[in-house]
Design a protein around this ligand. Structure first.
Ligand code: FE2
Length: 445
């Protein structure tokens, strides 16, 4: 695939490049104060507001904060009133129907209702407890309507958005991001934003996956002996440039707080930040820039070799969440069974498919399709289906390129508890285990 080095997705947007960089951006010249030369009033008589994404005492290299220079401070809003989003669920997750069974789902069916991004979110599974900064939830989204004057902010966690079909316009306090399939975006905790579909014609599908991370913010994994380059490189992460709307009217802010939703009225557009600087902001990444590292001799590395982002836990080496992708790549290993091996492991794995065919699930016609998902929880056996094993164990091991395919995993050290809605859904596959039923004994004495 030929990729343009030009980072702008659209002519109207410019992005700031680099993961975790301390960016600075102003939509009007001179809107960012320089030093403390004008301590009493910010330029343009803007309000200064700090947004902290880490505790104040976090080590310097983990301290996350941005300064926003805005037309009105965030504290100007109406009273919080209860609001409901019936399918957007949160911790604690009800374990009464939990079983170790492997699960797989077809894509979220389209609905005749015209839903907004928030209304179109359906929670599939989650873990963690209210008492700790730990765990995550997995949601699907499918929607067709813009959010209008409604904006959203989440106190409970950051959102990793993985589009599968349709482009998105993410309007945030920090500026805009345009996002499409094969890209991902992260919206940190507490940032105000709205998501609208782009060029949504009748019949278009806008859908994808969301990981809501309750734990420490996602960051790039350490590379160890890989060295200073490879996997997701910092320069390919893009943040929005400052952009503001100076508009009064009727606006609504939906706040997710401890799993409950609240609405509050605003008399101004909350995307009123004229300038900002700091290292806490929304960002996006194009997975087509991922530098794949893999075996060039024999055997099969663990899926951790494909980690894009990780959220650590309090235990060294045990992630709260790993976000892992399986992108297009050459398979060249010799004397090796090339699709992923059969395994049972500590981490619980939710897998989704953005495009193409996943190399371990080629059989079973239509079993694991783009937009679908599977769940293999802690120590529960899984691996290639019977048809794939038959084919892969007989094939000629010449170099093969996997093209036009992108699968991913949300991998957690906590067990994912499926929601009742996901277990009872019409799109859950009741016959998933059948894909392994034809694995006969091949033992020869
Ligand atoms: Fe696995």
């Amino acid at each position: 695939m030929t990729l343009s080095l030009k980072k702008e997705k659209s002519a109207e947007l410019t992005y700031l490049s680099g993961f975790g960089n301390h960016h600075h951006s102003e939509a009007l010249p001179g809107a960012l104060p320089v030093g403390q030369n004008s301590p009493q009033k910010a330029p343009y008589d803007l309000y200064a507001e700090q947004l902290n994404g880490s505790s104040f005492l976090a080590a310097r290299h983990e301290n996350l904060r941005s300064w926003l220079y805005r037309i009105k401070p965030s504290v100007v809003h109406g009273k919080y009133e209860p609001y409901s989003l019936d399918n957007f669920l949160s911790r604690p997750f009800d374990k009464s129907n939990l079983s170790p069974e492997q699960l797989r789902w077809d894509p979220l069916p389209e609905t005749n209702e015209t839903l907004t991004f928030l209304e179109g979110i359906v929670t599939v599974a989650g873990n963690g407890s209210d008492s700790s900064v730990r765990g995550s939830a997995i949601h699907l989204y499918s929607f067709s309507r813009a959010m209008g004057n409604q904006y959203f902010t989440n106190s409970d966690g950051e959102l990793l958005i993985v589009p599968q079909a349709g482009d998105l316009h993410i309007k945030s306090e920090f500026g805009s991001l345009v996002l499409g399939p094969w890209e991902i975006a992260v919206i940190p905790r507490g940032i105000k934003f709205a998501i609208d579909p782009i060029n949504n014609k009748s019949g278009d599908i806008t859908r994808g996956y969301i990981l809501e991370n309750y734990g420490p913010p996602l960051k790039l994994p350490h590379l160890g002996p890989i060295g200073s380059n490879g996997l997701a490189n910092p320069r390919d992460f893009l943040a929005p440039s400052a952009a503001f709307t100076d508009e009064e009217g009727h606006f609504e802010l939906i706040t997710k707080f401890e799993g409950k939703f609240f609405k509050s009225a605003l008399k101004h557009n909350p995307c009123d930040v004229v300038a900002w600087h700091g290292n806490y902001y929304p960002y996006k990444y194009d997975t087509r820039y991922f530098c794949v590292i893999n075996s060039v001799s024999f055997d099969h590395p663990d899926p951790s070799i494909f980690t894009v982002l990780t959220s650590p836990s309090e235990l060294p080496g045990v992630s709260n969440i790993d976000f892992v992708i399986f992108p297009p790549r050459w398979l060249v290993a010799e004397n090796s069974f090339r699709p992923p091996y059969y395994h049972r492991n500590l981490m619980s794995e939710y897998m989704g498919l953005i495009a193409g065919v996943y190399d371990a699930k080629q059989g079973g016609k239509g079993g694991f399709v783009p937009g679908g998902g599977s769940l293999h929880n802690c120590m529960i056996a899984h691996g290639p289906d019977g048809d794939t094993f038959e084919k892969a164990s007989e094939t000629n091991l010449t170099p093969v390129k996997l093209e036009n395919t992108l699968a991913f995993m949300f991998e957690s050290s906590l067990v994912y508890v499926p929601t009742k809605a996901a277990l009872d859904a019409a799109f859950v596959q009741g016959n998933y285990q059948n894909c392994w039923a034809n694995l006969k004994s091949r033992f020869k004495k």
